[in-house]
Design a binder for this molecule. Structure first.
Ligand SMILES: Cc1ncc(COP(=O)(O)O)c(C=O)c1O
Length: 418
């Protein structure tokens, strides 16, 4: 049987043993954490201890953490909630500032506000290394003083792993009284994400990227910030997010967070990351690294992230060939049904459609070994050659017909952009 090598930790991390154990233990608690009887109080105790541990990982106060069902929900809550609250205080503030590399959880929420709530959207530039261009941010803020309801900048990009200048960004926005949201789903628990010193109003995180089960996320909300609720009911979580709380998933989320010793894991991942990049550069010299080069700037990107473009090969051909060879990876671009589509992130960085279509993301994690990396580096040249040949022979059928368009649109509805 082919050896299976999981290299898609950025999409979701396999369940961590400590998280599974904590989940099972907390699942045995019977009470609703809002109930007043002893069972309820025991569930509340478990929930609050999880809250403490997760909040501490961001240097935040427990009262600043609002549990949600996912990172996507946390992003929606922040972006819509800040927009509504700010526009209600000052109807002139209807603009939203963001970059084109945001995750769809933010991008599509902003687009929704544009279509349904009269938001005006300004997209700041990003550099060729995938890092937000602060001059462009400065220019936009100066061009529309007093008009922004909020600005948003992710902490680390999910495709390139590029870390963003969040603190500098919030400082610029603060000069104009603009609250800032950050999607820290990829960064939290992997690199330091100190909420108080970041200057952020809100910050979204998610459990399953770290080894907790899917279905638990959180939004950090600074105490002095108003976020308009979009889920109403029992008034849980400061009234910002009503709904019975998921005690077992919260316990698993807390247990999945790394202890200081385990954080040394970042050093191990950085060395595997460097090994993979070096080996690919030797055997496929035309491969292009997307995002900051960790061999030159090790602190500029997430430790387990490698994203490469292979000119002449389609990302999804590479993905399927790798899958057949036993490796699970991601293209980073929207999921398609026979029609390759460029990655919006690489496009925003480079404007280069060919490079945006030939990308492959390898995200390394807890169980990745040096042998896995070497094994990948050994098979990759042959796979790229076959993907290029497949791209050339399929070239004619790349024209989008009515039926392929319909399939693509169906696929787009269930778009995968983790
Ligand atoms: C940067 C980023 N933001 C948001 C999300 C959405 O998080 P979740 O899967 O918890 O909804 C993801 C993952 O898909 C992500 O990588």
């Amino acid at each position: 049987m082919t050896q299976r090598v999981y290299l898609d930790y950025a999409a979701t991390s396999p369940l961590a043993p400590a998280a599974a154990e904590a989940f099972l233990e907390a699942s045995a608690l019977r009470g609703n954490p809002s109930s007043l009887h002893s069972e309820g109080r025991r569930a509340r105790l478990s929930l609050e201890s999880s809250r403490e541990r997760i909040a501490a990982a961001a240097g935040a106060q427990t009262s600043e953490l609002v549990f949600t069902g996912s990172g996507t929900e946390a992003d929606n809550l922040a972006v819509k909630g800040l927009f509504w609250a700010r526009a209600a205080q000052d109807p002139r503030r209807r603009r939203i500032l963001l970059t084109g590399i945001e995750h769809h959880a933010v991008l599509d929420t902003v687009e929704w506000l544009e279509r349904h709530e009269g938001a005006v959207v300004d997209v700041a530039a990003v550099g060729p290394d995938g890092v937000a261009d602060l001059d462009s941010v400065r220019a936009l803020l100066a061009a529309h003083p007093g008009d922004y309801a909020l600005a948003t900048l992710m902490w680390a990009n999910n495709e390139t792993g590029a870390l963003q200048p969040v603190t500098e960004f919030t400082a610029l926005c603060a000069e104009h009284g603009v609250p800032v949201h950050s999607d820290a789903v990829q960064a939290f628990g992997t690199v330091p994400t100190d909420f108080p010193s970041s200057g952020l109003a809100t910050m979204a995180v998610s459990g399953h990227k770290l080894g907790a089960p899917v279905g638990i996320g959180a939004l950090f909300v600074r105490r002095d910030v108003t976020v308009e609720a979009h889920t109403h009911g029992g008034g849980q979580e400061r009234g910002i997010r009503s709904g019975t709380l998921n005690v077992a998933a919260a316990a698993a989320f807390a247990a999945a967070l790394k202890t200081p010793e385990e954080r040394d894991e970042a050093r191990r991942l950085r060395s595997l990351q460097a090994r993979l990049i070096r080996r690919v550069r030797e055997s496929i010299p035309e491969a292009v690294l997307n995002g900051p080069d960790p061999l030159e700037r090790p602190d500029a990107r997430l430790p387990g992230s490698v994203n490469l473009s292979f000119p002449g090969a389609e990302g999804d051909s590479i993905l399927f060939l790798l899958d057949m060879a036993g490796f699970q990876t991601s293209t980073g671009s929207a999921c398609t049904a026979g029609v390759p589509r460029p990655s919006h992130v690489i496009l925003a960085m480079t404007g280069d459609e060919v490079r945006s279509r030939g990308t492959q993301r390898f995200s390394l994690g807890r169980d990745t070994t040096a042998e896995d990396v070497d094994h990948l580096a050994d098979v990759l040249p042959g796979i790229i050659e076959r993907a290029r040949a497949a791209g050339i022979s399929a070239g004619e059928s790349r024209i989008e017909t009515a039926s392929t368009r319909a399939r693509r649109e169906r696929a787009d509805e269930g778009r995968d952009s983790s």
